[in-house]
Design a binder for this molecule. Structure first.
Ligand code: V47
Length: 361
């Protein structure tokens, strides 16, 4: 009987889609390098050896949250010593004209009015018209819809009119009712997350997607999650990227140790092979670590995310990586993988190609 890698190689050659069993066998396979080679082949066909990054800034306007999810080290309650709430000026002070993307996600604040969120986007765009805004996960969009009694479409339409360019992929966690009940029972599940992303796509707002792995989920649940994303993408084509997020153990102790580098590379490679309709696979250096993220560029990933500026969610869970990165360091990590650095914006338009040490447009 041919090995799983031979069977997958055959399917790739015949342009046949991989199925659930293929992906499960790939997770079980010990041939990490063989898996990486297949995923890299698919990545090369699509992107050659280009690898993307963005000069961006993450802003988490508050960690005050009405939810208390078991896996989350970031959220807190008002009045606790670690609670913070940024004013509009504090948010604006974190944007500067050098960045191309601002990534805004935060806690579900119990009291902030709708006008604050709309004004935040409007003020950023007014002051920095060149900055694209990727803001608010599906969980926040659902919260706004319920709290401010607006249909999902209306929430998205008003945010878009204020300057929203894309939705980030967070809040998906793992599309499993078992995991949801155990870790985040009051957060939206798969059907609602998928519906909200579909609504965004219908309104011309592209989105990202994530998978939070390395806690209590099984390989079956990881694969089923990816297949639900593939189905969504078949229907709308609005997903720009897939980002497997390794769960930082932090203070929650859902697992004794963070997912291994082998699990990280397998999640990237299987993401690339299974999600044949999602253009970008992101190796998020914040959770994966810079060196593994650099290696992941030869295991199917074509994107490292960005400079970030100040990351609070994973660092609340004691992520060991730096809290920001320079353009030069990202270029170096990409070149270490023998790839060509391509600076992009939030929507993956090319800003600059850094070929052979020279800047080309
Ligand atoms: O949804 C990991 C995960 C996600 C924790 O779209 C944790 O480009 C709370 O989605 N406590 C947010 N959450 C980050 C995210 C993201 C990151 C980078 C790029 C993009 C993009 C999106 O972080 C949450 C959750 O799944 N998360 N650990 C934690 N300890």
């Amino acid at each position: 009987m041919a090995s799983i890698l031979d069977r997958v190689a055959d399917k790739l050659q015949r342009k046949e889609r991989l199925g659930r069993e293929d992906a499960l066998e790939l997770f079980a396979s010990s041939d990490l390098l063989g898996l990486g080679r297949l995923a890299n082949q698919v990545r090369q066909e699509r992107w050659g050896n280009r690898a993307h990054f963005v000069i961006n800034r993450q802003i988490n306007p508050t960690n005050v949250c009405v939810l208390s999810c078991k896996f989350c080290d970031f959220a807190t309650k008002r009045g606790r010593p670690n609670a913070y709430e940024m004013s509009l000026e504090e948010v604006l002070a974190r944007c500067d004209s050098g960045i191309r993307e601002v990534h805004i996600v935060g806690g579900l604040h119990p009291d902030w009015p709708w006008s604050y969120y709309v004004e935040m986007l409007r003020a950023i765009k007014a002051r920095h018209p060149q900055v694209q805004i990727k803001a608010f996960t599906a969980v926040e969009i659902e919260f706004f819809s319920k709290k401010f009694r607006l249909p999902i479409e209306e929430v998205l339409r008003q945010l878009k009119a204020a300057g929203l360019d894309a939705l980030p992929g967070g809040g998906a966690e793992v599309f499993s009712e078992r995991v949801r009940k155990a870790l985040f029972p009051f957060k939206i599940g798969a059907p609602r997350w998928l519906e909200i992303h579909k609504a965004a796509h219908r309104l011309g707002i592209p989105t990202n997607s994530t998978l939070l792995y390395g806690h209590i989920e099984t390989h079956e649940e990881r694969v089923d999650h990816m297949l639900k994303l593939r189905e969504l993408q078949d229907e709308t084509g609005g997903l720009m990227s897939f980002i497997p997020l390794a769960y930082p153990v932090g203070g929650t102790h859902l697992d004794e140790r963070q997912a291994s580098a082998i699990e990280d590379l397998k999640s990237i490679a299987i993401g690339r092979l299974l999600l044949d309709n999602v253009p970008h696979i992101k190796a998020y250096w914040v959770t994966m670590g810079e060196e593994i993220a650099s290696i992941a560029l030869t295991f199917g990933a074509d994107d490292l995310d960005g400079t970030i500026g100040e990351e609070r969610i994973m660092h609340a869970a004691d992520a060991a990586t730096p809290i920001s990165q320079t353009r030069e360091r990202l270029i170096q990590l990409i070149r270490d993988a023998r790839c060509v650095p391509v600076e992009r914006d939030a929507l993956y338009n090319v800003i600059e190609v850094y070929e052979n040490g020279h800047r080309l447009s």
